[in-house]
Write a protein that binds this ligand. Structure first.
Ligand code: DLZ
Length: 155
């Protein structure tokens, strides 16, 4: 008989860290409020949510790793908005943020949800932060709850 292990979306008792980048904060703030709202609606206590603000997406991995290493959090949500400009910066920052968040999660063993959006235009970023393409901050928050609960089941 096969057995499927899953994490539920009940956030009761979970402690969640959020790392949010200030760059492009018009959209970033929507992701942050969406993520907090999703956590609270899934029964994470507001008192159990800690937010670390960083200047830009490049700085997310270090703050996420430090939070994860503290072992104070069941999961971490990383939020950033990267919009392609006319220079190479976008590729470099997107690559470092993606790789760094993945490494922080693997090295710490703490689930770290990837809520960094990468878009060609401001319009695409607006669509993904609370309008027609949903809110990627909400999706990342739910992924964090699910993974925190899955790890408890796996343990
Ligand atoms: C420099 C920069 C640029 C050009 N674009 C973005 C962006 O679209 N989104 C973002 O989150 N951060 C950007 N940054 C800032 C870098 O992430 C970083 O904060 C600075 O290079 C300082 O280390």
């Amino acid at each position: 008989m096969s057995k499927t292990l899953e994490g539920n979306l009940i956030g009761t008792g979970l402690k969640i860290g959020i790392v949010a980048a200030r760059w492009n904060d018009f959209m970033g703030d929507k992701m942050l409020t969406g993520a907090i709202d999703a956590l609270v609606r899934h029964d994470v206590s507001d008192d159990d949510i800690t937010i670390a603000m960083v200047p830009g997406s490049y700085e997310i991995p270090l703050a996420a790793k430090r939070m994860a290493d503290s072992k104070k959090y069941d999961a971490i949500v990383c939020l950033g908005v990267l919009i392609r400009g006319g220079t190479l910066h976008f590729e470099l920052i997107a690559g470092e943020a993606t790789k760094g968040i993945g490494m922080a999660s693997m090295q710490s063993g703490v689930p770290i949800a990837f809520g960094v959006i990468t878009t060609e235009t401001i319009e695409q970023a607006i669509e993904r932060t609370g309008s027609k393409a949903g809110n990627k901050g909400v999706e990342a928050a739910l992924a964090a709850i699910e993974m925190a609960n899955l790890l408890k089941v796996l343990d």
